[in-house]
Design a binder for this molecule. Sequence first.
Ligand code: IPD
Ligand code: CA
Length: 272
Amino acid sequence: MTVLRPDEVFGLEQFAVELAAGAGDLVARASHGELQVSAKSTQTDLVTAVDRASEQWLVEQIEKRRPGDAVLAEEGGGRHGTSGVRWVLDPIDGTVNFVLGLPQYAVSVAAEIDGVVVAGAVCNPVTKEMFHARLGGGSYLGDARLRGPRDVALERAVIGTGFGYGAARRGRQAAVVAELLARIGDIRRQGSAALDLCAVACGRLDGYYEAGLSRWDFAAGALVASEAGCLTSGLRARDAGERMTAACGPTLAPALFALLTELGADLVTDEP
Ligand code: IPD
Ligand code: CA
């Protein structure tokens, strides 16, 4: 078991902010150049030279400053470590928005100790907004403490979500949304899971759910949401994870999580 002193966890949060800001600057500068777009798992799952450059820069900084730490990163720049700390990196979350020039994408950086996220930062390179949090230390947008969304009934709640890249899974996710729409206030699909979770933390969304995320999509954002007082969880007594990540205020949670369970929102990943 790895035990870190509170000042060491504070140091991880500071470093996460530094990393997200530095990679955010790199992404902002590179957004005006040649993006070199290519496809990954499907024709719509995109990666650019800027995703790769952002990840390479992040990994180099971690190697320089904390050589014993492990890394898990979206574009494959992972490595093993010896310190018990692992960095979970999304060099651009919302790559499709980035390619389109839609200003809703982020660099997401989280630090885990023995698999538990203890610090995280999410930076929107366009707006320069920096969301950050550490376990037990609250979550912030810049210097402003975040307190989660308004108290609102399910029938009025505006809920964010997202969809996978495979056609069959998207069909099942669409069927869930079709049912959900009649029972909630409205739906938003903004295109970055990391920013969606931060949006719940700062009250721009009443809630969010998505099935089939990867760890780098939600690691930092889920901590920002829970440290803002949100309930951040999976369904059927599971933790937030790849199968389901859902977040909303504690008053809305019983109704929203029950509805998502009833609609099988977490079951859409059981098939490809
Ligand atoms: C995607 C975004 C999107 C979510 C997808 C993710 P990427 O990440 O977070 O909002 O709906 O599930 O894969 O591919 O842009 O890094
Ligand atoms: Ca992502």
